[in-house]
Design a binder for this molecule. Structure first.
Ligand code: HEC
Length: 110
């Protein structure tokens, strides 16, 4: 059997591919988070006034994580509610960018 056809090699290549993909997505999520969500979600003055949960304080996310599924959070953040601006106020962000930023938050606070 040649090395190119090795199932082991194929699965290693697949794993590396998936890892690279998730790292790229997390980086994109971090970029969107930092430019859009951070002003309220890093515990600054705006976070304090609005009562937004702080990414650096996982405990502050507990009540939201207990109450809402990730799907529900996607809906809240994409469409907005009376407590949340649609896309965190970033009209020019794509749905994909907003979801990546949300995934980044969820990874960080878990
Ligand atoms: C203008 C301030 C502000 C910005 C910008 C902002 N948020 Fe929020 N966010 C809040 C506040 C305030 C809450 C708490 C709302 C509540 O009490 O229900 C919140 C709650 C949340 C929640 C929990 C929602 C729930 O009810 O389960 C998520 C998830 C979230 N924000 C994600 C994001 C993401 C992702 C971004 C960037 C794309 C973002 N937010 C930008 C103020 C903001």
């Amino acid at each position: 059997m040649s090395i190119q056809n090795s199932p082991l090699l194929k699965s290693i290549l697949l794993m590396v591919g998936l890892m690279t993909l998730s790292i790229t997505q997390t980086q994109a999520g971090a970029d969107t988070f930092n430019s859009v969500c951070a002003e309220c979600h890093t515990g600054g003055i705006k976070g304090f006034i609005s009562g937004a949960p702080n990414i650096n304080n996982p405990a502050s996310w507990q009540k939201f994580l207990n109450r809402d599924t990730v799907e529900k959070m996607r809906e809240i953040v994409l469409r907005g509610t009376k407590d949340h601006k649609p896309k965190g106020g970033c009209a020019s962000c794509s749905d994909q960018q907003v979801i990546e930023a949300l995934d980044y938050i969820i990874i960080r606070v878990n």
